[in-house]
Write a protein of this length. Sequence first.
Lengths: 216, 216
Amino acid sequence: MRERKISESTIHRLSHYYRALNTLEKEHFETISSKELAKREKLTPAQVRKDLSFFGSFGTRGLGYPVKELKGRIAKILGIDRTWNVALIGVGNIGSALVSYKEFQRQGFNIKVLFDSDQRKIGSNHKGITVLDTDHLEEELQKNKIELVVLAVPASAAQNIVDHVVHCGIKAILNFAPIKLKVPDDVEIRTENMAMELEYLSFTLVNNKKGERKKT
Amino acid sequence: MRERKISESTIHRLSHYYRALNTLEKEHFETISSKELAKREKLTPAQVRKDLSFFGSFGTRGLGYPVKELKGRIAKILGIDRTWNVALIGVGNIGSALVSYKEFQRQGFNIKVLFDSDQRKIGSNHKGITVLDTDHLEEELQKNKIELVVLAVPASAAQNIVDHVVHCGIKAILNFAPIKLKVPDDVEIRTENMAMELEYLSFTLVNNKKGERKKT
DNA sequence: AATTGTGAAATTGTTCACAGCA
DNA sequence: TGCTGTGAACAATTTCACAATT
């Protein structure tokens, strides 16, 4: 009933809990304590309890959380207790890899259509999905009731395509182009920037000593 | 001279500044104010100044920051003012896509060796790099003076491989397997989980209204 | 006895506001 | 005057600590 502002990190941790619960379920655990769940995810028990408490009281004092039920609750919170119609735009290196990425399918992200602007690719088949022409993007997104778009086109083409995507009402975009795209406030766009993660690693390498402390 | 604890988000913002400066340089800007840089990255000017101030005084009061110099300074901070020897393990869907990912090369992340355990792939060639047998992993990592490892193997194989990687002294790993890997404290591992980003998007879709506020 | 759920405290991160400098 | 650099104020997030519950 209570409504609160949920932070991005809380959501990401829910994703982690979900994966852990999935594993625990396979290992036939019936219940799990915040302590054990925290240990598996390298967090503190208080963090786990606080995160979950934003959404309700799912546990039993003295006992812990019921694995199967909690997994279901988190799935519902994350919106993965259903399937989503996804379009993947750009069937280049990254795009083709993503078509085969099992994890998407497994979480209910159903890639229904592929798009490319390269005439040699249009009409070809990837994992049983035909590649359509980006010229018919808006029309096909609507026809296929697409709710979520994954963008894997070159940086130079990305803004133009994203404008079309936004224009036909898509509210969620996962972008692999290494560029900051402009979208209206009511559209959520996440940019997956792999080079940035390498830069973070390179930073830790040159600034050695992970547990670095301030000198003041 | 001063030494402080730098947050992960600060580092990520430096990566963004670096990209923006790169663009600005191409646009022939000589200087840039924190205000303008903030606008381009959708941040506040104070944030930009504070981030940079952790590392020194790079600007000129009344004028702003010299684009070219600041870019160089950030490159140095991030450790991308040099090249890194990278090994990519796992030449499946994602692995092959990463070999061709221009952005890595561009930032000085030089993929020197590829590994796979599939006999059909071993000896084959991707973008001029020969695929080696994971059986010789440790030996080859050392021989090629690898400093950074990108892991793109199935989740089931990941922990075993990471143990070998850690064993021969690698301190930085970028992991694409959707699993939490155990590494010693002095090894930095970043896990790129693409399904997690989709889950975040799906969360925003079911919990509509981006600017959500608490009700108390 | 064990473990949740949660206010309060501690910590971390961001923004303000202004002195200091070109 | 314009804009940086930064301590202080503020905001958000995490951790603590303990009452409540099974």
